[in-house]
Design a protein around this ligand. Structure first.
Ligand SMILES: Nc1ncnc2c1ncn2[C@@H]1O[C@H](COP(=O)(O)OP(=O)(O)OP(=O)(O)O)[C@@H](O)[C@H]1O
Ligand SMILES: [Mg+2]
Length: 294
């Protein structure tokens, strides 16, 4: 499988010794501690997360997680239910801000911007780091307006013809244009589940994001709709970074270049997807992917 970035020679350039030790690469004996093993850091990342802790009230859901998100890569997050995948994903565009009891510590950067800097406006941030949820959630508006809404509020265009072009391009890229071009003014909620999910992906890409977060985007879809979304993910990677949470390990291995395994709030292992699935370095990863746990 193709790797987004060469991580072989300088695994942790530009990071402190503390960060490097946190990501110690171990040999063939399976690691059993809770330090992240593998290659969480890469060259020229799109996003960097350092020592991220997340609490809901007093309960800690994410523990000292450090990882990079590469450019033009699909990063899969896997792990047993309740291990913190959705919580961590939501940190990447401050979606956890909407949960009153939730507190995020540590540092998350998008390019050079500290996204938790109080000066950061979350509305444009969420356009740059878009999100697609498990259950398709079209706005109660027409297909056209579902896509046009974002570009309008973010001031990407003031011109009707240009807006129509943005809508057509986003729907075409999402593989939906031919199915909806004759009913653009029908409600988005009238589409099939798989079409609605592609509509939501089109809505996310219409504002030209840099990163798209997807939380189990195919779990409500049949195999044909799933295959379409997976093809779309492969195509979108040419332009965007994608972080996808999935329970389907086959899906992780089909769509992603890197895989991160979470367990009870710890980031246990990160590495090239091929390697993580064929030769996991941590005992917990091995137990999970071989079906002994989770
Ligand atoms: N809004 C919330 N308030 C309080 N606790 C929460 C909240 N959301 C999640 N948690 C807790 O945080 C932990 C991680 O949950 P999270 O939803 O991130 O797990 P997950 O890995 O996405 O699980 P799943 O695979 O079932 O979706 C769990 O213990 C969960 O109960
Ligand atoms: Mg979840």
């Amino acid at each position: 499988m193709e790797l987004a970035t060469d991580m072989t020679n300088t695994p942790f350039p530009g990071f402190s010794d503390k960060e490097k030790t946190a990501a110690t690469v171990v040999g063939s004996a399976k690691e059993s501690s809770r330090k992240t093993v593998g290659e969480p850091f890469i060259d020229n990342p799109r996003m960097t997360c350092r020592s991220v802790d997340v609490f809901y009230g007093d309960a800690q859901a994410i523990k000292n997680v450090s990882i990079d998100v590469g450019r033009n890569e699909v990063l899969a997050m896997i792990g047993p239910s309740g291990c913190g995948k959705s919580t961590f994903l939501r940190c990447l565009n401050r979606m956890n801000d909407t949960v009153a009891s939730c507190r995020v510590e540590g540092e998350i950067r998008l390019d050079d911007m500290d996204i938790y800097d109080p000066k950061v406006d979350v509305v444009p941030l969420r356009a740059r780091v878009g999100m697609v949820f498990q259950k398709p959630n079209p706005f109660p508006k027409s297909i056209f307006d579902n896509i046009a809404y974002g570009p309008k509020i973010h001031g990407l265009t003031s011109n009707k013809a240009e807006l129509a072009e943005i809508v057509e391009t986003a729907l075409t890229r999402a593989g939906l244009w031919s199915e909806v071009k004759d009913r653009l003014h029908a409600p988005g909620t009238g589409l099939s589940g798989g079409q609605q999910q592609r509509l939501c992906i089109a809505r996310a890409i219409a504002v030209s994001p840099e990163v798209i977060l997807m939380d189990e985007p195919c779990s409500a879809l049949d195999p044909i709709a799933t295959a379409k979304v997976e093809e779309l993910i492969a195509e979108l990677r040419q332009q965007f970074s994608i972080v996808i949470v999935t329970h389907a390990m086959q899906q992780a291995s089909r769509v992603s270049q890197r895989t991160a395994y979470f367990h009870l709030g710890d980031l246990i292992e990160v590495g090239p997807t091929d390697r993580v699935f064929t030769n996991p370095r941590h005992q917990l990863t091995e137990d999970y992917i071989t079906g002994r746990f989770g």
